[in-house]
Structure formats: C-alpha cells, structure tokens
Design a protein around this ligand. Structure first.
Ligand code: GDP
Length: 138
C-alpha cells in the first residue's frame, strides 16, 4: 500500500465538481483516507510550490492556487502515486489522454483541476505539509 497527496484545485472547487473527481479517483482504485477543504494563503501556495519558484509560471500558479478553496486529500492504494498520475493525465489538458481527469475536466494548463505527488519522497513531504498522522485513517 502506498499513499499520495492529491489536491482538487480552485478551478474545480469553483465549478462544484469535487464529487466527480473523487468518483474518478475511486474508480481508479484509490481510497480517500484523509480530506479537507481549505483556502491557501499566498505564502502557503508559494511554500507548497517552492520547487517551481524559478519557473516563469510560478506567480500565475500561486495566484491561481489561492484564488479559491482547494480540497486536499491523502489517497491510498497499490501503487497510489503512479495510479493517481495516470488518472490525472498529462499536465497540459490538451495533451492528456481521453478518460483522464485533466482531459475531461480541466480548463487550461494552469487551471488543470488536480495535483498529485510525483514520487515517494515528495508524497511524504506533501502529506506532512497538510496532514498530521492522526488525521489519516486508512
Ligand atoms: P504536475 O505535476 O503535472 O502538476 O506538473 P508540474 O509539477 O510540472 O507543475 C505544477 C503545476 O504548475 C501544473 O499542474 C500546472 O498547474 C502549472 N504549470 C506547469 N507547467 C506550466 C506551464 O508551462 N505554464 C503554466 N502557465 N502553468 C504550468
């Protein structure tokens, strides 16, 4: 069993499609073992995406991520990190495969509906950024 951090981004909470996204995650075999809806501050968004701080899209990304509420989740399952990346689809929705969350639901490259950790180390760090162990119930 593996855990990964998922974020339903502000474009999706704004359109009230969190349930639709959770249904797609569950259909892919992932289990939501922790979940909360929060509104990130600019500082928290910058901390979370610090790895991208030198990228040209950093400001746009941080402004977007605190433009409305997000739903942060811990997902659990066999190969959860890779399975979640697969069901999310490519970063750019225009390049995502049919049936993926980003192909079916995302708005644009920035407003691409979901985040998912990209490896075991980042998953552990990102889960700890939002959740304490007592909040995660498998
Ligand atoms: P992810 O792991 O698929 O989410 O992609 P990355 O970690 O590379 O990028 C983080 C987020 O930054 C993406 O999900 C997009 O919201 C945004 N992003 C990535 N690349 C670009 C880009 O070239 N332009 C813009 N505007 N946003 C980007």
């Amino acid at each position: 069993m593996e855990r990964t951090l998922s974020i339903i981004k502000p474009d999706a909470t704004r359109r009230n499609i969190c349930g639709k996204i959770v249904a797609m995650l569950e259909a892919a075999g992932l289990r939501v073992v922790a979940q909360k809806r929060i509104h990130l501050s600019r500082r928290e968004a910058e901390q979370f995406y610090a790895v991208h701080s030198e990228r040209p899209f950093f400001d746009e990304l941080c402004i977007f991520m605190c433009s409305g509420p997000v739903t942060v989740q811990v997902l659990e399952g066999h190969d959860a990190i890779a399975v979640n990346r697969e069901v999310m689809g490519a970063t750019n929705p225009a390049e995502a495969k049919p049936g993926t969350i980003r192909k079916e639901l995302a708005v644009s490259l920035t407003e691409n509906s979901v985040h998912g950790s990209d490896g075991p180390d980042t998953a552990a760090q990102e889960i700890a950024f939002f959740f304490s162990e007592i909040e995660i119930v498998g």
